[in-house]
Design a protein around this ligand. Structure first.
Ligand code: MN
Length: 197
């Protein structure tokens, strides 16, 4: 079966005022939908069309070279956005469970994590993502990737990601990426984020 655009798990205005309704509609219904369509084009008629996108990205060097960059861009775009929609729609607050403990011991708490992730997002020149990831030895780390590169290609597990492409915030925030980064934390769904750990 071909890859499919997952429905948003909430109404498009559910993340207001942090993320406005029109941005959500265009971001999900146009940008993410295009990544899915182009991913399907890239893997059509190959064994990769039956695999999970996470599995493909973890083994990205097994993807034939003539379509590898298309899979990195559009498969990464599909995986990154699928995670992003899932971890929004909440009310922010504090992380709990084992992830909450790990954030405390690694970053001193939520404020320390926020500062690191937002600095990674502000520091990403051009388009990309800021991430909280689990490293292969089970530790937490904050990283940033360019374009739609997925942490899965670096053998990391994405726990939380913030899209810092201009399409993610420009309608409401224009050039004010730091304001967008700050506001996103108010709509994180920590119960979902904890599942990724
Ligand atoms: Mn995006």
């Amino acid at each position: 079966m071909a890859f499919e655009l997952p429905p948003l798990p909430y109404a498009p205005d559910a993340n207001e005022p942090s993320i406005d309704k029109q941005t959500m509609e265009i971001h999900h219904g146009k940008h993410h939908a295009t990544y899915v369509a182009k991913l399907n084009d890239a893997v059509k008629g190959t064994p990769f069309e039956k695999k999970k996108i996470e599995e493909i990205l973890r083994g990205i060097n097994d993807v034939p070279q003539n379509v590898r960059q298309a899979v990195i861009n559009n498969g990464g775009g599909h995986a990154n956005h699928t995670l992003f929609w899932k971890i929004l729609g909440g009310k922010g607050g504090q992380p709990g469970g084992k992830l909450g403990d790990a954030i405390k011991s690694t970053f001193g708490g939520l404020d320390g994590l926020k500062e690191k992730v937002n600095n990674a997002g502000v520091g990403r020149f051009g388009s990309g993502w800021a991430w909280l990831v689990k490293t292969p030895d089970g530790k937490l780390d904050v990283t940033s990737t360019a374009n739609q590169d997925s942490p899965l290609m670096q053998n990391q597990v994405p726990i939380l990601g913030i899209d810092v492409w201009e399409h993610a915030y420009y309608l409401k925030y224009q050039n004010r990426r730091p304001d967008y980064l700050k506001a996103v934390w108010d709509v994180f769904n920590w119960k979902e984020i904890e599942k990724n750990f």
